[in-house]
Design a protein around this ligand. Structure first.
Ligand code: SIN
Length: 285
């Protein structure tokens, strides 16, 4: 079914969440911005087809959906537009990495290990592999609706502790080890296991395998067992949408109700260069 809003052709996906958007030929005007915002509230992730953005245009696009915030792993920020983080397996002529090569390979919600995580992430396919390098999304609202009652009861009303260190050690294996100063600047943070979306009022599971280390108030054994169950459960096919990239896709998602992860590709033959921005969020409740 196609939904035409302000010149945009918005096509919901079969996955039960997510939509593709066609017909956007320039930076969205006010009405198009509102239509994309409404699609995000409804579908949580939108893939906007056929964009031709440079990094400054990506930042301008990002501003339409909130205040851009810099990623705290500064090594991979673009020199010309530091609001943009570069994810890439590419090197410059001197052999220096041009982007983070392994970022996002575990299911996560962006910046969940910060006291105030981000709302939206925008990811632009500047160069995409012919095969592989897809991005997976899990609808954590549907995960909550389907969670078995005993697991739900264990998590209801509890906080889960998230660790920047745990996340860094998984995602930046090629980079410098985390310094003590950086660890202290990014302490562990608790967030509610079930988060309420401030705009839609819908609740979702807000726990990710990338950085969640403990459920407060459970014994270590109970906590490990509960987290392991959730990590396994969210991967079930009925909760997941796989985005297969085309060059010029701009994918925007809402970290308050989705998890996502990158998938592998043959790095010896393929080139993947993605530009990523994120918008300022609010403390989860
Ligand atoms: C991310 O986790 O932010 C990026 C995902 C991807 O590169 O597919």
């Amino acid at each position: 079914m196609t939904d035409l809003r302000d010149g945009l052709d918005i096509r919901p996906l079969d996955a039960g969440f997510g939509a593709r958007i066609f017909g956007l030929a320039h930076l969205p005007d006010g009405r198009q911005r509102a239509a994309i915002q409404a699609a995000l509230d409804e579908y949580a992730v939108v893939a906007i087809d056929g964009q031709q953005l440079d990094r400054a245009a990506l930042v301008a696009f990002t501003r339409q959906f909130g205040e851009p915030v810099r990623h705290q792993v500064a090594e991979y920020l673009a020199g010309d537009n530091p609001e943009v983080m570069i994810l890439s397996n590419n090197f410059d002529a001197d052999g220096k990495r041009l982007g983070a090569p392994n970022n996002g390979i575990f299911w996560h919600s962006d910046q969940i290990h910060q006291r105030v995580p981000v709302n939206y992430t925008l990811l632009y396919g500047h160069a995409v592999p012919g095969e592989g390098g897809d991005t997976l999304f899990a609808d954590m609202r549907a995960v909550l609706d389907a969670l078995p009652a005993p697991i739900r009861a264990k998590l209801e009303g509890r906080n889960v502790v998230h660790s920047f260190r745990a996340s860094y050690e998984k995602n930046y294996i090629e980079a410098e080890p985390l310094t003590e100063a950086r660890r202290v600047a990014n302490p562990d943070v608790p967030h509610p296991a079930f988060r309420t979306h401030p705009a839609t009022g819908r609740k979702s599971v807000y726990i990710d395998p990338d950085s969640a280390i403990a459920v407060e108030g459970l014994t270590p054994a109970e906590s490990d067992e509960t987290l392991a169950f959730v990590f396994d459960f969210l991967e079930r096919a009925e909760f997941v949408y796989r985005h297969r990239w085309k060059r010029g896709d701009l994918v925007v998602w809402d970290n308050r109700c989705l998890m996502h992860r990158a998938t592998s590709y043959d790095e010896t033959v393929e080139r993947r260069i993605m530009w990523r921005t994120q918008t300022k969020g609010t403390a989860p409740f």
